[in-house]
Each structure stands twice: as C-alpha cells, then as structure tokens.
Design a protein around this ligand. Structure first.
Ligand SMILES: Nc1nc2c(c(=O)[nH]1)N[C@H]1C(S)=C(S)[C@@H](COP(=O)(O)O)O[C@H]1N2
Ligand SMILES: [Mo]
Length: 562
C-alpha cells in the first residue's frame, strides 16, 4: 500500500519535471527562431555557451580541446543544455505545487541567458529580444502544462478516493487554478485498486470527458504540443539561419600574380590531400555561431600610429592588385600528429600594400588586428612586414572565403600560428605597441611570438588499421613553413633513421607529402617520423604540450601486423 502511494506521488512529480523541461525547450526554441531573424549569436543557449567559453580558464580549455578535439563546441552546447534542462526539471517540480517559485527559477535562467547575449562584444540592444521571447513563451507553456497536470491529478485522486461525485464539474472548478498549494495527490488515501477506481468513476461519471483517463490524455496532448512546437521552432530557426548565411554570388578578381599550378599529389590511399578542401579544413575560433558579415557593409580600417587613418570597403579592396599563394596553416593547439593543420591556396592583397595606404609611423612594434567577433590578434610588426607573403585574404581554394574561415576578409601570415596571424572576419588593423595592448590569447598566457614549430605526421596506416605482412605503405605529411621541408625520415622499432620518398614541392610555406614502402613483418611495430628543414634543423624529440607556444616531439604510431 505504501508502495502504491509512493508510486502515485512519483508520477506527477516526474510529469512536472517533464513539463518544466518541455516549457523551457519550447521557450528556447522560439527564442532561437527569433534570434535567427535578428542575430543568431543572441540565441539563449549559444549566448550562454559563448560566455562560458570566454570565462573558461586556459588550462580547462586546453584539456577540452585535447580531449574532444573539434567536437568541443557540440559538447559545450550539450553541457549547457543538460545543466539548463536539469534546472528546468527542478523548476517544473516546484511549479506544480508553488507555481510562482517554479516560474522564478525559469525566469532566472532566462535572465542569465539574456545577460549573456547582451555582454557579447558585438551585442546590440535588440539582442535581448530572443531572451524576452524565451521568457514569455516558457512562462506561458509552464502555466498551461501545470494547469493541465494539476487538473488531471485532481480528477484522478477524486476518482481514486472512491467518490464519483468528486469528478463533478464543481470539483474541477476548484482545481482550475494554475497552482493549488496542496497537490491533491498528497491527500489521496492509499487505495488498492486505482484502475478499478478510475473505472468506477468513469462509469458513473456524469461528465465523462472530465474523468481521469481523458484528462491524462490532456497531459499527453500538452506534452506533445510543447515537444512538437519546440522541435518545429528549433528546426525553422536553424533553417532560416542557414539560408541567411549562404554566400550569394560573389565573383572574385583574377590574381595579377597567380600561383603556379599545384604539382601532382602523391597517389597514396589515406594520405592527407595535398590541398585541403575547404569543407575539410580545420576550424578553430572562439565562436559558437559563425559570424555573419555582409560584404557590402564590411569595412577595413587602418589606424593607430599611421600617417593618415584609412577605411576601405569591399569594392575598394577587390580593386587592389591580388596575389595567389599556397600556404599551410597550423594552430598552436595542434598536438604532435594532430589535425589542426591544413594547406590551401589563398587569394588576397599583400598586407604591405594595405598598410602603405595609411603609412606606418615610427613607434609601432605590434600590428593589432580586430575581428567582427571582438577577437583580437597581436602580430609582431617585424614579422608582418619582413617580406613574407602576409596577405589580406578574400579567396580560399578558388572560392570566396567560407564563413567558417572568415568571410569576407581574413589575414594569413605564413610561418606563424593562427592565433598570432590569421585573423578571420578582419575589420581593423591598428599600429600599436606591446606595451600598450595585448590580444585575446596572449592575455590568456599564450606566447607573444608564435613561429610554427617544424613537424611531421603519419597519416597511414591509421591507428587501429589491420595491416597484413608484406609490402605496406607508410605515408604522411611534413611542414617547415618559411624554410621548407628538406628531408623526412622514419624509424622503425628504434632502428636507424631512414629517408623516405618525398612528394611534390609547392614552396617553402607549403607542406609536403611523403611515403615509404615497408616490408611489414608479423608483430607489433613502432614507427616514428621526423622532418629536417632546408636549414638543417631536425625536428626535436623533446616533448612539449601546445601551451604556451606550440607542441613538439615526434609522432609515433604503433602498427600491428598480422
Ligand atoms: N576572428 C577570429 N579569428 C581567428 C580566431 C578566432 O577565434 N576569431 N582564431 C584563430 C586561430 S587560434 C586559428 S588557429 C585560426 C584558424 O583558422 P581556420 O579556422 O580558418 O582554420 O584562426 C585564427 N583567427
Ligand atoms: Mo589556433
């Protein structure tokens, strides 16, 4: 008997939690939809997620990137959702008996999301609208669900107590309020046959539509309506976001100084493509939503210690002489053997030409670039202007920059990690000093200078591949930007270092593919690779983690041959 009572108390509580979750989901989904029309980054979950990213201490971020790789963003959003929905469940449970308290929890949650949307560097006052909509829709949904649930509970307990009259319209009226302070179930004496009781009630009920079972259907219907609304609003919001972020027909100018045709790549199964396709190019940035910039509203300002401050438009930039270069980019967070490296053909205006428009003064030692997402990068002025192919880029592999990679305009500076030179969604270049300002990552402890460490990677055989004894190809890529790859060697089971066959050479700033034909013998083997650059520097075996200035060490793969 005690069990039955407990079970009956448990069901409405569980349903109340579900109601809290559904109401919150509906609110968030409608908020997301509204945000997709105004500013996608103001979507409640995304705004909270972005704020969490900014506030996360560097070591934790490091750990997350190492642990989850490029999945770190979905995992972050997932975690924000889980925490939110747990609190939403608690709000629901509270709301069934004390509606205002439950509602208050929900509103505090939404207020946090609204605040997060407003403190984004790019936020405008309108960015609070999705949160307001979320609050309104969530509150209405919660009220509706709780009313339906409490009606059902009230009617059922009336039926259970064996008094058919309890299900008369009079009783229903009493429980019409959204928040009866004593849930009827608490008053239910333990009975033995709830099903029979319900039946008895329904059978003799003068108004069967209000009987236990139909009202239970009411709870189901309410849940269904909320769930469907949430999914539909979320999907429509997502769709609108996608449509709005499509890049419409842009014709890029032809380069005055084109790159030579890329030599034929190695034809080895599973090796990194010689040129990384845009949709396979790694993406690293601080944003949960890709910044959407309209090229016709975009401008680039060159200010700070300059002769005359200049602002140029998209059309003015496209009118400048363009060059095309093959450059391999690397993220400082790339582990030895990691994936945060990619090679592409970039189209853009030499950075020097842009700086010359303004005329660089004598006191600057830092080029501070600012992006539309509020992100900043400090580049040593010396590095930006030493004659290397530093570019203000508009094209990637023959297409406009994809939004993920900085549309409409980004910086690419060969030889230094992305966080010190490849500002995406670029909008300002300031000539300043390191004494005066720090940038996003250097403020968080990463090194001021970030030359890319020479490195090499084994692509095949992949980890866990089944390899049979006999002739096997070991292959991969190696890079030594600014100096060029000279030799790649591999070492098998601690034996001598053996030079491998090299793929084509597309210049000092571009990686090179390599391969080695190996007579594999049955057993477990360790294969290690190292690169030597054109100046004779050999890739070090001294291990370093990415923080603070890039990983080092040698990539080793264990290969089981059967
Ligand atoms: N605006 C902006 N630019 C940015 C970043 C960013 O977070 N915001 N991240 C930088 C880092 S750390 C790297 S490694 C490169 C990555 O460029 P990709 O995503 O095109 O590969 O962009 C750089 N430029
Ligand atoms: Mo990076």
């Amino acid at each position: 008997m005690a069990n039955t009572t407990r079970a009956r108390r448990g069901v409405p509580t569980l349903l109340a939690a579900v109601g809290g979750v559904l109401a919150t989901l509906v609110g968030m989904a409608v908020g997301h939809l509204v945000a997709s029309l105004l500013d996608p980054a103001a979507s409640p979950v995304l705004a909270v997620g972005s704020t969490v990213i900014d506030a996360t201490p560097t070591p934790v971020k490091e750990w997350a990137v190492a642990e989850f790789g490029t999945a770190d963003k979905p995992i972050l959003i997932g975690s924000v959702m889980v925490v939110t929905l747990i609190l939403a469940g608690i709000a629901g449970i509270r709301a069934r008996t004390h509606f205002r308290q439950g509602l208050a929890i929900l509103l505090v949650l939404v207020a946090l999301a609204g605040a997060a949307a407003l403190i984004r560097p790019t936020a405008g006052p309108l960015d609070v609208v999705p949160a307001l909509v979320t609050a309104l829709v969530g509150a209405l949904a919660l009220a509706w669900f709780m009313r339906t649930l409490n009606e059902a509970v009230a009617l059922q307990s009336g039926a259970h107590s064996g008094a058919p009259t309890a299900t008369t319209p009079g009783t229903t009226d009493k429980t019409e309020g959204a928040a009866p302070s004593h849930p009827m179930v608490d008053a239910t004496p333990g009975e033995t046959a709830p099903a029979g009781g319900a039946h008895a009630a329904t059978d003799t009920d003068p108004a069967p539509a209000r009987g236990g079972r139909p009202t239970r259907r009411g709870v189901l219907v309410a849940s269904g309506v909320l769930a469907v609304t949430a999914v539909a609003a979320g999907a429509v919001g997502q769709w609108i976001g996608n449509v709005r972020t499509r890049i419409s027909d842009i014709v890029l100018p032809k380069p005055q100084d084109p790159a030579a045709a890329l030599p034929d790549a190695l034809d080895v199964d599973g090796i990194s493509p010689f040129r990384t396709p845009n949709d396979e190019f790694y993406r690293v940035d601080i944003n949960l939503t890709v910044p959407v910039v309209d090229q016709d509203e975009w401008t680039l300002t060159i200010d700070g210690d300059v002769d005359n401050e200049v602002t140029i438009t998209w059309d003015e930039l496209l009118d400048m002489p363009m060059v095309e270069r093959d450059i391999t980019m690397t993220c400082v967070s790339n582990d030895v053997g990691g994936k945060y490296v990619g090679a592409a053909r970039w189209l853009g205006v030499p950075l020097q030409d842009i700086l010359d428009l303004a005329g660089v003064g004598g006191s600057a030692d830092q080029l501070l670039s600012t992006a539309v997402d509020g992100f900043t990068i400090s580049t040593p002025l010396e590095v930006a202007t030493d004659g290397r192919d530093a570019l203000v880029v508009v094209g990637m592999n023959g297409e406009p920059l994809p939004r993920e990679h900085g549309f409409p305009v980004r910086l690419i500076i060969p030889g230094i990690y992305g966080y010190v030179g490849s500002t995406k969604w670029l909008t300002k270049l300031t000539l300043t000093t390191y004494d005066d300002v720090d940038s996003y990552w250097t403020e968080r402890g990463w090194a001021t200078e970030g030359p890319i460490k020479i490195s090499s990677r084994i692509d095949v055989p992949r980890a866990g591949d089944e390899v049979s004894s006999g002739s096997t190809v070991i292959a991969g890529v190696a890079w030594a930007q600014q100096r060029g790859v000279d030799v790649v060697e591999i070492q098998i089971d601690g034996g001598p270092w053996t030079p491998v066959e090299m793929g084509p050479d597309a210049g000092v700033d571009y990686w090179r593919q390599w391969y080695y034909e190996w007579e594999a013998e049955t057993g477990s083997h360790a294969v290690t690779v190292r690169v030597t650059d054109s100046e004779g520097e050999v890739q070090t075996d001294a291990r370093a983690m990415p923080f603070p200035n890039g990983s080092s060490g040698l990539h080793t793969r264990r290969i089981i041959v059967s």
